[in-house]
Design a binder for this molecule. Structure first.
Ligand SMILES: C[S@@+](CC[C@H](N)C(=O)[O-])C[C@H]1O[C@@H](n2cnc3c(N)ncnc32)[C@H](O)[C@@H]1O
Length: 226
């Protein structure tokens, strides 16, 4: 896989944030879940602690724990500096300031790192880059998630997103994508055509969620087969 670690800026969210971003109920948590572009989020690790098994897909899982820990140390200050510079683009409610942001993100990434080696051995962290075909059967998962990956990187182009979502819909009964914005906190330029493309085959809708950190990033896209 030609995926360079120096192009990665690891930044991970936690289970509480995933629950809010995706309107996840207790019943949802018990579903068979696959989550794309999970990076160093602690969602998988915290779900494991609750007795649930989540599969996370991300190309960064080809790297060792030491490599990822080193990359987190290298990029942490830069991300915080950028966020401080663009503070007005964020809603400081759930997370009240930069200091709390640093604490919450570092805690999530430490929880991920502690779980990473056992999780890889259990097949919960799979090195995989969408839109490549995954190893899973049609409809193997009840729920697929994408936090801050699909739609967000609009610069990857419409085809990348359509093909990646097509693969997710092959293996999942339903998927949820958050946020619907791009990296500049504008509505993702691939959102409209994505809705149009999948609207004829599936049920598709935008739903409000209780999470808002990127300003106006308080909606998710749900695509389902039933
Ligand atoms: C901004 S991070 C989001 C991490 C996590 N989902 C969260 O919300 O905390 C985006 C992640 O997408 C991953 N990614 C980039 N290209 C990908 C691809 N082609 N397939 C799957 N994941 C990818 C990156 O490696 C990175 O970990």
């Amino acid at each position: 896989m030609a995926f360079e670690l120096k192009s990665v800026v690891p930044w991970g969210r936690n289970l509480k944030e995933y629950r809010l971003m995706f309107n996840l109920t207790e019943a949802d948590l018990a579903k068979k879940i696959i989550s794309a572009g999970d990076g160093p989020a602690s969602f998988n690790a915290q779900m494991k602690s609750l007795g649930h098994k989540v599969i996370s897909l991300d190309p960064i899982y080809e790297f060792s724990k030491e490599d990822l820990a080193q990359r987190i140390r290298e990029t942490r200050q830069e991300v915080l500096t950028q966020t401080r510079r663009n503070q007005q683009n964020f809603v400081w409610k759930l997370i009240k300031d930069i200091d709390e942001l640093e604490k919450v993100r570092m805690q999530a990434m430490q929880t991920f790192l502690a779980d990473y080696e056992p999780g890889r051995q259990e097949g919960r962290y799979l090195a995989h880059a969408l839109p490549n075909r995954t190893i899973y059967q049609d409809d193997e998962f009840e729920l697929g998630l994408s936090s801050h990956f699909l739609l967000l990187y609009a610069q990857l182009g419409l085809d990348f997103h359509l093909q990646s979502i097509t693969e997710m819909m092959r293996i999942c009964r339903e998927i949820r994508i958050f946020p619907l914005l791009d990296l500049n906190a504008e509505e993702s330029s691939v959102l409209g055509e994505t809705i149009e493309f999948f609207g004829s085959a599936y049920q598709i809708g935008i739903e409000p969620v209780a999470y808002e950190f990127q300003r106006n990033g308080n909606k998710m896209l749900r695509i389902s087969k039933s």
